[in-house]
Design a protein around this ligand. Sequence first.
Ligand SMILES: O=C(CO)[C@H](O)[C@H](O)COP(=O)(O)O
Length: 224
Amino acid sequence: MNGKEAAGRKAIDEISDGMTVGLGTGSTVYYFLQALAEKMADGLSVTGVATSEKTVALAKEWNIPMVSLNSVSRIDVTIDGADECDPSLDGIKGGGGALLYEKLVAKASEKRIWIVDDRKKVEQLGHFPLPVEVIPFGWKKVQALMENKQYHPALRRNETGEPFITDAGHYILDLHLEKIQNAAALADELDHVTGIVEHGLFVDMTDKVLIGYPDGHIETIART
Ligand SMILES: O=C(CO)[C@H](O)[C@H](O)COP(=O)(O)O
């Protein structure tokens, strides 16, 4: 057991029969999907809405029925990972490149729960590079703007050195900020830059965080 596995498996307690569940992306969500598949083999019935092609593939492998975001009127709960989470339950997501679909699914959800290991818990956001999804057309203009603002953008690349392409066909600029003084203000600023499709700041969007520790225990922080 490690912290990610502990948190991922604990999230199964949030799921009831008949729910429509948003399925996040990443190595912590992997453990949640595994636990979900086990429960479904025992008779639990849920429908999933995936946040990435990777999650679609895992869900198919584990026979978790999937529907598209367009075809559901509501999602009961979404279980997703995060790259950093601060004491107000704001965070950075998109380390796996799925931030756009993750935010769309999160916004369509009644309840949003993050599963993280203890290394993701921070006092202040920003040490983890902030992913910003940009359209390929003219992306260097957005990069130049981010450079002018001293946001230290770096184009994300894959193992072969090519630009990383998101499931929606966009590029990612990772902003090396070190410290984010005001997450809401930065989110608002990035929301208004032409060419930026989405960013990985999730502000006021999470209801509960399950933090897993290496010894298997869980710390729960809920929005009050
Ligand atoms: O935002 C994400 C993907 O876009 C992930 O939730 C985040 O990167 C955490 O991943 P992991 O659980 O593998 O550490």
